[in-house]
Design a binder for this molecule. Structure first.
Ligand code: FAD
Length: 427
């Protein structure tokens, strides 16, 4: 018999167990993990370095990184946010560092440091960890004169406990089980992926990176199948757009701006079966008109130089060459000889190019699933189910996910911490 059973030996499961034990060391706590190994995702996270959290700790700003969970996490982040995570690990001897973009990693650059910390703490606090022990069923048991308990059935044996925390991540079987208990599950879709694009303008130049503004366009408004009417008439403010670093890959586009769009557009892009047009402004400081005026000026200044060699602005050379070519300007053409029409083409290529995305690829550094337990069925003051007393959720099992940057783990740490307070409090 345990006081608390935590199902799932991942980030949120371990964090919850340790925090419960810290409040009440007398509680009997068990973690049940279906796999042979615990903390598997922590191990592979951040390319093996584990991006534990992010330096952003203002709850109002922190929530902006959560396409799902933004509203619900505000309160929880006022209770427990990234600075508390940093304190948790540093007070246990893990040295952390903040990178220029705000991501926080262990100084060791190894996720093993985080794993060691969590494992050492569970041993020190007497928390039992059962591996290869998969949850198969949970049901309430009521005996006369006794508190209502949970019967937790697993592939190994049955347990009874007072409180259960489900920290099972994105696991379809457990979502089904939770659904059978009366909860709603938002269907899972991929989040954090890169865009597959086959296009001459970005082919043969993998590794090129720059800053860009990217907008997802409704299919009918791509300008790709334009029949009559100026392209500019067809311009439309896309609901989904972002600006930031972009990376050209062997398969298409990646980088923070693409990952951000993949997260915010996760449901729409899944509906579009990952076939949709995007518009790229490779020079976000310019619009079509302003870049066209600049090109006209350069035509005068660089008259005797070739367009390919004398770039109008600071810009990745190989991408410039491709865009010049796509504008119908030949390799040897001098600025003086370029027609106004071709300059207009170049201005459009630089600030309004349309590209067709034909599928997605996994971002190996980090990928998450959108979907999970419906948010309005959870009390975010305690992370307890609103349907079942003494049943708690934390981490990716809930319909919360974030963009890349350490925010997904922060959701796991925050949910686990708050659930732990509630679980330990009235024992
Ligand atoms: C490759 C990769 C890299 C990532 N890198 C980062 C990063 O650097 N920073 C960041 O913030 N986020 C990162 N993420 C996301 C982050 O790993 C997750 O958001 C986080 O691990 C979620 O924690 P969790 O405890 O909710 O779920 P999980 O870590 O998935 O843990 C759930 C656990 O439950 C177990 N389980 C499932 N079903 C059962 C069952 N029936 N019985 C018992 N146990 C069960 C699973 O085996 C698993 O061990 C990355 C994700 C991936 C895939």
């Amino acid at each position: 018999m345990f006081d608390v059973i935590i199902v799932g030996g991942g980030a949120s499961g371990f964090y919850a167990a340790i925090n419960i034990a810290e409040i009440d060391p007398n509680l009997k706590i068990a973690i049940l993990e279906k796999g042979k190994h615990v903390l598997k995702k922590v191990r592979i996270s951040g390319g093996g370095r584990c991006n534990v959290t992010n330096v952003e700790s203002d709850p109002e700003k922190l929530i902006k990184n959560y396409p799902r969970g933004e509203k619900e996490l505000l309160g929880p982040f006022y209770t427990y946010a990234s600075q508390d995570t940093v304190q948790f690990f540093e007070s246990r001897g893990v040295q952390l560092k903040t990178e220029d973009d705000g991501r926080i990693f262990p100084i060791s650059n190894s996720s093993q440091t985080i794993i060691d910390c969590l494992l050492t703490e569970t041993v020190r606090m007497g928390i039992k960890v059962f591996r290869q022990c998969a949850l198969t069923r949970i049901e309430p048991v009521s005996r006369e004169g006794q508190k209502r308990l949970w019967k937790v059935s697993t592939t190994k044996k049955e347990y009874e406990c007072e409180k259960v925390l489900l920290a099972t991540g994105s696991n379809p079987k457990i979502w089904k089980l939770i659904e059978n208990m009366g909860h709603t599950i938002v269907p899972p879709v991929a989040s954090l992926f890169t865009f597959n694009i086959e296009d001459q303008r970005i082919s043969g130049i993998p590794g090129v990176s720059t800053n860009a503004e990217v907008a997802i366009l409704p299919r009918y408004n791509s300008g790709l199948e334009s029949t009559g009417g100026s392209k500019r008439d067809k311009r439309q403010k896309s609901q989904l757009s972002a600006e930031g670093p972009i990376l050209i890959t062997h398969w298409g586009l990646s980088g923070p701006v693409i990952l951000k769009l993949s997260a915010w557009g996760a449901i729409l892009l899944n509906d579009l079966n990952y076939h949709f047009p995007i518009r790229i402004n490779w020079l976000p400081d310019y619009q079509l008109e302003s870049i066209l005026s600049l090109l006209m000026e350069k035509k005068e200044i660089n008259a005797r130089k070739t367009v390919v060699k004398a770039r109008a602005v600071e810009f990745p050379r190989r991408l410039w060459t491709n865009l010049v070519k796509a504008s119908g300007i030949s390799k040897d053409e001098k600025w003086a000889d370029v027609s106004k029409g071709k300059l207009q083409n170049l201005a459009e290529q630089l600030t309004e190019g349309s590209y067709m995305v034909e599928g997605k690829s996994t971002f190996k550094e980090e990928f998450v699933t959108a979907g999970g337990v419906e948010l309005n069925e959870i009390n975010f003051k305690t992370f307890e189910s609103k349907i079942h007393k003494n049943l708690f959720f934390a981490g990716e099992v809930i319909n919360i996910d974030a963009i890349t940057g350490g925010f997904n783990f922060q959701n796991a740490w925050t949910g686990a911490y708050i659930a732990a307070q509630a679980i330990a409090k009235d024992n």
